[in-house]
Design a protein around this ligand. Structure first.
Ligand SMILES: NC(=O)C1=CN([C@@H]2O[C@H](COP(=O)(O)OP(=O)(O)OC[C@H]3O[C@@H](n4cnc5c(N)ncnc54)[C@H](OP(=O)(O)O)[C@@H]3O)[C@@H](O)[C@H]2O)C=CC1
Ligand SMILES: CC(=O)C(=O)O
Ligand SMILES: [Mg+2]
Length: 413
């Protein structure tokens, strides 16, 4: 067994199995404490909440708690391995919520027969939480699941693989284009993958100025084009009126490659076909569409990003989901809308261009990080992410009318 594999297994197993646990936030030592915490004292907040459901934010942990919910149908790039196998990833997301944004998160893995059954299960438990982060649910079911839950729940429901990924991709991409001296409007874009992350990333890039007809999306059958008769509703939105059929066909002269598909799907020789100063986001986890060392070997003019922590330019939704939920929950937003997503994109972009604090350099084992080809996007351990993204998102929620509080919390001012 490789040393890294063993270390990863040991990390998850020892000294106690798993990555999260529940801790008490109130004293529970003697009889007086127990009388308040449980019977009879607990009856008082019960009565308050029965009279006014919003009192749950005052008397329970709801307002600081997110459910990370999956069915394990698209676990990272590992595929449909079922709900239980997704648990380490969901515990991992909970760890990140707590570590980076102070949010308590609990993982829930749902076994279900039909999409409707999954939706009903989540809708029926939603009131327990301040927000719901859907994770690693494959396309096309993920689209219906998210839309239906948004309709049925009064709390933010956010499919991280769609929108968290799209927000971070857009922020990194706009920065990378700036560095390469290109514009989003003129860019020829190849997107490998046509699932949850791909569709959301391309839709957000279009909102940022990309031209739909300059996007070439591929699934397992090759280029998605108008003469295909096997396209789902969401793939059809990207059907290109082209006679190009293969990855090589569309990579010829491309400015941007976004990979949200699977490991090692971009051959180094195909990279040679791209335009000068290309941008390659090989975001599949854990193994990217192309390894950075291979990519750099064939192109010295590229900007390269992956979804991983152990290479420069980590384009990963961890830069978004803890903070967008922090901002949304802090103003009790009923939803996470486009205005809040755009505010997150802008906040991430801005931070990338500012001097990096010493503590971030130390945590990322870097001597220096300056906006440029090898630093297009902040590091996840940058403490500015939480304060800046959450504030921008909370303000956007207030401005766009989805916040249930009237003002930013005092701690934001
Ligand atoms: N860095 C980050 O922050 C994130 C990275 N990702 C990564 O993106 C990938 C996809 O995730 P997600 O969108 O949630 O999953 P989905 O299951 O929704 O989509 C997967 C897509 O990849 C396509 N695909 C798989 N294998 C190939 C192949 N050999 N050639 C072409 N296309 C292929 C599938 O094609 P078809 O439709 O034909 O089945 C499908 O369209 C994963 O690797 C995941 O780790 C996802 C979210 C965040
Ligand atoms: C990062 C992530 O959410 C994924 O790869 O699925
Ligand atoms: Mg995911």
């Amino acid at each position: 067994m490789s040393d890294f594999r063993q270390r990863a297994l040991d990390y998850h197993e020892k000294p106690t199995p798993g990555k999260i646990r529940v801790e008490l936030s109130k004293p529970a030592e003697g009889v007086d404490d127990l009388a308040l915490a449980y019977s009879p004292g607990v009856a008082e907040p019960v009565r308050e909440i029965a009279n006014d459901p919003d009192a749950a934010y005052r008397y329970t942990a709801k307002g600081n708690m997110v459910a990370v919910i999956s069915n394990g149908t698209a676990i990272l790039g590992l595929g449909n391995l079922g709900p239980l196998a997704s648990k380490p990833v969901m515990e991992g997301k909970a760890l990140l919520f707590k570590r980076f944004a102070g949010l308590d998160a609990i993982d829930i893995e749902v076994k279900h027969r039909t999409t409707e059954e999954f939706i009903n299960t989540v809708a029926n438990i939603a009131d327990t939480f301040g927000g719901i982060n859907l994770e690693d649910i494959k396309a096309p079911e993920c689209f219906e699941i998210e839309q239906e839950l948004i309709k049925r729940c009064r709390i933010p429901v956010f499919h991280d693989d769609q929108h968290g990924t799209a927000i971070v991709t857009a922020a990194g991409m706009l920065n990378a284009l700036e560095i390469q001296g290109k514009t989003i409007e003129d860019a020829k874009i190849v997107c490998m993958g046509a699932g949850a992350a791909a569709v959301a990333c391309m839709e957000l890039l279009i909102k940022c100025g990309a031209q739909r007809e300059k996007i070439y999306m591929l699934d397992r059958k090759g280029v998605i084009h108008t003469r295909r008769d096997d396209l789902t509703e969401h793939k059809a939105l990207f059907a290109n009126n082209t006679d190009k059929r293969t990855l090589d066909d569309v990579m010829d002269g491309a400015d941007i490659f976004v990979g949200v598909s699977g490991p090692d799907l971009l051959p180094p020789e195909t990279l040679r076909l791209m335009a000068d100063n290309p941008i390659v986001f090989a975001c599949s986890n854990p193994d990217p569409e192309i390894k950075p060392e291979l990519a750099h070997d064939v192109r010295s003019d590229l900007i390269m990003a992956t979804g991983r922590s152990d290479y420069p330019n980590q384009v990963n939704n961890v830069l978004c989901f803890p903070f967008i939920f922090r901002g949304a929950l802090d103003v009790r937003a009923t939803a996470i809308n486009d205005e809040m997503k755009v505010a997150a994109v802008e906040a991430i972009r801005e931070i990338s261009k500012e001097p990096v604090p010493d503590e971030v350099l130390k945590a990322s084992k870097s001597e220096s990080l300056t906006f440029g080809k090898h630093y297009i996007i902040p590091k996840p351990m940058d403490p500015r992410l939480c304060s800046r993204i959450a504030k921008a998102v909370a303000q956007a929620a207030l401005d766009s009318g989805v916040a249930r509080l009237d003002t930013l919390p005092a701690s934001y001012k």
